[in-house]
Structures are given as C-alpha cells and as structure tokens.
Design a protein around this ligand. Structure first.
Ligand code: FAD
Length: 317
C-alpha cells in the first residue's frame, strides 16, 4: 500500500522509522532485531536508506596510496523485499540521483516494481568524498525533482526508450526530502521551498523532513510551505540525541541547530547513559507536541540503535 494511502486512512499520527542497511559483511538479522523491537507500535511502513559508493584510500607497502571505490552498505532493495515478505508491512527504499544514470534508475525501478514495492523516497544524495559539490552521473539527474519526474513518467507508462509500446505503468508513491532549517546549499529558505515545490509538481505526494530538535522550526516551515502552495503532508523527522559527541556531529552532518536548553542539559550529563535519557525525554516532548498539532506521521531516524526510539514510542503511541 502507498504511504499516502496509509496517511489518508487515519486521523491518528502514524509511527514510522528509517533503518540503514548493515555494513557489508554483516547479516540481515540486525535489521530484523531492530524491526522486531518496534513492531508493537504498528509501523505501516519502514524506510530503508541508500548508500552510494565511497572513495577509500589504502596505503600500499611501497608507500603509494591505492584508491578504491566501494559500497559499504549495499542491500537496500533486498532488505525492502525481505521486510515486505517477513512483516507484511510496506518498505520504502530511498533512491538517489547520485551514482545512477537514467537507465540505471529505470532498471532499479523495474526491479522494485517486480518485487511489489510501491513506494520510494526520491533524493539527490550528497557529493562523495573528494568532491566539493554534487556531481551527477553522465546522463544522470542533477536534482531530485528530475528523479521524481522520471518515476512519474514511468507511472504513466513512459520509459526511456520511446519505441517501447504497450508499456505497463508502474504505480509508485513518491516522497521527497524537506529541510526546516534549509538545505545547506540553498541560498535562502524561500528558494529552497520553491525548489521543494518543483518536486511536488513533478509528482511527489509527501515530504519527510530532515531531523530537527526545535518544533518551532518545523511549524514555521510547514506554514511557509503552505503559503508557497505546497499542500501535501509534511512528515517530521526526529532523532533522539544519544551521545555528547552528537552536539558537534549532528550540526556538522545535518546542518541543523540544537536548542540551547538541550545543549545545556547534555553538557551537564556525566556520561552517555545520561545523555541518552536526556535525548529520550526531549524527543518525547517534541513528539507529544507534534502529535497534538496533528502531524500525520512521526518518522524516527534509528541509525541502527532502537532502545531509545522504543522508549519514546512507548511514551507517546
Ligand atoms: P534536491 O531536492 O535536489 O535539493 C538539493 C539542493 O539543490 C537544494 O539546495 C535545493 O534547494 C537545490 N535545488 C533543488 N532543485 C533545484 C533546481 N531545480 N534548481 C536549482 N536548485 C535546486 N542521502 C543519501 O545518500 N541516502 C539516503 O538514503 C538519504 N535519505 C535521506 C532521507 C531524508 C528524509 C532526508 C531529509 C535526507 C536524506 N539523504 C539521504 C540526504 C540527501 O541526499 C541530501 O540532503 C542531499 O544533499 C539533498 O537531497 P535532496 O533530495 O533534498 O536534493
């Protein structure tokens, strides 16, 4: 079933979460353990991130450096199929512009369609190590709106080869990313929202936000989007802070601010066990306020560890 239909069929706020494929060499049981822990809260869908190739350098015996391009977390499509098969819930694979040309994308979408996957979250992806700016593949997409457009065309039965006839249309529901604190490359929040609108016009049916710790930023963002004519559901993305290191890692990696009160609470903690508790309590307060305000879904970024998300879900769902 499509994410948008899950949202439409209830007035209640839905619980959902995102998982990462395990590192290459690990097995799928870590994913099952994560999902098993959270199934009590009835997630109708689970997102699975996509990780593109990375450039790594290995020092050789002769002192020279060898450059290797590797994928550390493959398996998104397989995990999605396994989740749908085992748990009978919907899986939402993330698909990227980065690392894919249009033909690769078309073939990946055909695989997903054949596997009975009806949802994708369409993203541009970030630049890879060594690149300052995002570089699309030759004959790939530069922006997520172009990727959304390709999926929409396939939903109309339009494939890349114009000579193909009697094509079966795919039936994907497409979600896209939004940034309450602005995408770091955008010159202004209004410009970023204009670009977000292009993704909706290309066929995206809902938005999932970057993580944030101050609900005011989400509420203001939703208001700005509505004023810009974006009417689709805007799903808040939440991540409980869990370590002192997160105070620097999260702003650096996700380009978000942390509220001063939260920073103070974390700084006063003696160890990460206490930080985890502070993060849980903060996220519970955020969740309660978002549910009260009618958020369609609370979408948690698990990043592999779920005890804290379970504690939050127990308190609010
Ligand atoms: P876009 O919507 O293409 O926007 C990128 C930048 O270009 C923005 O500054 C935007 O304002 C600008 N822009 C957009 N369209 C235009 C246009 N037509 N003309 C000019 N400028 C334009 N990354 C991964 O690698 N794997 C994942 O699984 C993953 N999952 C994510 C899930 C969520 C919910 C979120 C919020 C992010 C995720 N990311 C993931 C990170 C994401 O790939 C990066 O944030 C990336 O830098 C931007 O992706 P986007 O889809 O928002 O890009």
């Amino acid at each position: 079933m499509k994410v948008i239909d899950h949202i439409k069929q209830t007035d209640q706020t839905i619980f959902s979460f995102e998982i990462l494929p395990p590192l290459k060499g690990q097995n799928i049981n870590s994913i099952y353990n994560t999902i098993d822990e959270l199934m009590d809260f009835n997630p109708p869908f689970v997102n699975v991130t996509y990780h593109r190739e990375e450039v790594v350098y290995k020092r050789l015996d002769n002192g020279l450096m060898e450059q290797k391009v590797i994928k550390k977390r493959p398996g998104t499509v397989g995990i999605c199929a396994a989740i749908q098969n085992k748990y009978k819930i919907d899986a939402v694979p993330h698909i990227l512009c980065g690392g894919f040309n249009k033909e690769d994308t078309e073939n990946a979408l055909i695989d997903l369609d054949f596997l009975g996957i009806e949802n994708v979250l369409a993203l541009r992806g970030d630049s890879i190590k060594g690149e300052t700016y995002f570089v699309p593949e030759k004959d790939g997409h530069t922006y997520a709106c172009d990727l959304v457009q390709q999926v929409s065309y396939m939903n109309e039965g339009k494939y890349l080869d114009e000579e193909l006839q009697n094509n079966t249309p795919t039936n994907f529901c497409v979600g896209v990313a939004g940034y309450p604190e602005k995408h770091f490359e955008a010159p202004s929040i209004n410009n970023d929202i204009d670009n977000l609108k292009q993704k909706i016009e290309a066929g995206a049916e809902y938005i999932v936000t970057q993580l944030f710790f101050d609900n005011k930023k989400y509420f203001e963002y939703v208001e700005k989007c509505r004023k810009a004519g974006i009417t689709v559901p805007i799903i808040p993305g939440l991540k409980p802070i869990a370590t002192k290191k997160h105070l620097s890692v999260l702003p650096h990696r996700f380009h978000v601010d942390l509220p001063d009160d939260l920073i103070k609470e974390v700084a006063n903690c003696n160890d990460n066990k206490q930080v985890r508790q502070v993060g849980i309590e903060w996220a519970i307060e955020q969740s309660k306020e978002l549910i009260k305000a009618g958020a369609p879904v609370l979408h948690f970024y698990s990043m592999g560890k779920v005890d804290n998300i379970k504690a939050i879900a127990q308190a609010v769902f």
